[in-house]
Design a binder for this molecule. Structure first.
Ligand code: MN
Length: 503
């Protein structure tokens, strides 16, 4: 997709003038050392830049203004090596529009038993300095992440890394454009939502385009372009022999290639970060864009079927979060269940549009009838998903707020072959167990479409929800139905009070 190292988080240290210049120099020196270590940490995918030691209210405000205006700055990591009286942070924090992580660390690991003196005590004060810093952010009701621990600890660096990934996805959403061909699948509720509220809350816009606008680009695809793309297909996937001969299958592939060329041109020209299609509006298209959706998703575009723009945007955000990590991310749908008492699990799939980034091995390119949409047989990539940990996430518009819902799952190998099911698929056992997970998901109003990932973590999504200031509900190994229902009820009150009239 793109390199996350093009982005920066700014490491900022709070202090004051009480200690004199000698101590402040040491503060700066130690801060640089920590920032440098974080910058080099494999778990942190962006640049960590030491910015400054802030000692006055004006300096804090100026720094926050600078961060707001810096296009490559994802957010601030703050730390108070010494004590930094927090009233001097109020005006700056009031205007800060970027995410903030409060890193509660300490320069030294151990207490230097034999040499500790009052100079040491005057310098190494984060144990109380960071409490003052935390108070003002709680007092101002600021959403932020607090990470506590020694800066060389890899587990601590991972927590900062997760936040950086969420901040990159949040940055990517600001001003992002998603394109919707046609409208919603008729009468479906959960894929609807308030696009104005989304733009205010999340920063991205969704606009509709007639499928005829796309058809114009598809018709402009040349034979030479189509030949080249079909060649690329042949080289990239497992291909049945009948595709290599001219005939119906070869024609289907050429149509799929024509659609991909047109779709790609349309999306590039409009600078869209994702798109939705609907099988109810395919006028002028020979087949549903299955293969094209799969291949564009694999490059990092968001996708939602049946006009589902919320899932499309979420898939894009999850793609950004997982740049460079092992394991893929895809649009997904809970399709059908295996309810055998000894191995209850979910078969996840879609009609066609599952991202090959989650394929266990080289996908097989196939053409089969679809039985829905009334169009020619579409091309698609068919594959299985490797076992291991994963999650499903969905965003719903609850009327007065958006809810991000996450369910951790264990992806499992399928028990038997599926010779007559020509779609990409995944099997998973949701945590904490099938009954609890699915019941909780239904109580939360969770969508049937999700962003499925084997690289994005709950922590990243939690940080992301915090940045957006939206509700997060997690179904994991600790979930019980009774507690989950209580939380849903409490959240009704909390978000009602917090949001007032604006969702
Ligand atoms: Mn669907």
């Amino acid at each position: 997709m793109f390199n996350l190292k093009q982005f920066e988080v700014w490491f900022v240290t709070g202090s004051q003038h009480l200690y004199g210049s000698k101590t402040l120099k040491q503060v700066a020196f130690h801060s640089q050392k920590i920032a440098k270590a974080l910058n080099a940490a494999p778990a942190i995918p962006v640049k960590v830049v030491f910015k400054s030691v802030l000692t006055t209210p004006d300096a804090v405000t100026a720094l926050c203004q600078e961060a707001n205006n810096a296009p490559g700055c994802l957010g601030l990591v703050t730390w108070c090596h010494t004590f930094s009286p927090s009233k001097m942070w109020i005006n700056g924090l009031k205007i800060l529009r970027k995410p903030i992580l409060h890193f509660h660390t300490q320069h030294n690991c151990d207490i230097p038993w034999s040499s500790i003196d009052m100079d040491f005590m005057n310098l190494n004060q984060s144990a109380h300095g960071d409490r003052e810093h935390g108070f003002i952010m709680s007092r101002m009701r600021l959403d932020r992440k607090v990470v506590t621990g020694f800066w060389q600890d890899v587990a601590i660096q991972k927590q900062i890394g997760a936040w950086c990934r969420a901040a990159a996805a949040w940055h990517d959403w600001q001003g992002a454009k998603f394109c919707r061909f046609g409208d919603n699948m008729r009468e479906v509720a959960v894929t609807e939502g308030d696009k104005v509220a989304v733009q205010i809350k999340f920063g991205y816009s969704v606009n509709g385009y007639g499928v005829g606008d796309l058809v114009k680009y598809i018709n402009e695809a040349t034979d030479a372009q189509i030949n080249a793309l079909v060649q690329e297909y042949m080289a990239s996937y497992v291909i049945a022999p009948e595709f290599r001969k001219s005939g119906e299958k070869q024609n289907s592939l050429r149509e799929a290639a024509r659609i991909e060329i047109g779709l790609r041109a349309f999306i590039k020209e409009g600078s869209f970060k994702g798109f939705t299609t609907t099988f109810e509006d395919l006028h002028g298209l020979a087949q549903l864009p299955g293969l094209a959706a799969q291949r564009l998703m694999a490059e990092g575009y968001g996708f939602g079927a049946e006009g589902d723009w919320k899932t499309c945007a979420l898939v894009r955000a999850m793609k950004v979060m997982s740049i460079g990590l092992k394991g893929g991310t895809s649009f997904m749908e809970d399709y059908t269940y295996h309810l055998h008492p000894k191995s209850m699990n979910v078969l996840g799939a879609h009609m066609l549009e599952i991202c090959p980034s989650i394929a266990k091995s080289k996908p097989s390119l196939e053409v089969h009838p679809l039985g829905i949409g009334g169009k020619a047989d579409p091309a698609r990539l068919v594959f299985d998903t490797p076992p291991g940990p994963g999650l499903n996430a969905a965003i719903m518009d609850m009327g007065n707020r958006f809810r991000l819902l996450v369910n951790e799952v264990d992806v499992v190998s399928q028990e038997r072959p599926l010779p007559k099911l020509p779609v990409a698929r995944a099997f998973w056992v949701p945590k904490p167990d099938f009954h609890t997970a699915v019941t909780a998901w239904i109580y939360a109003g969770g969508a049937h479409h999700t962003g499925f990932s084997q690289s994005v973590t709950t922590e990243m999504l939690e940080d992301f929800a915090n940045m957006a200031g939206v509700e997060l509900m997690v179904i994991d190994s600790d979930t019980t139905i009774r507690q989950f229902k209580r939380e849903l009820n409490w959240n009704e009150i909390y978000y009602g009070l917090r949001n007032g009239l604006a969702s």
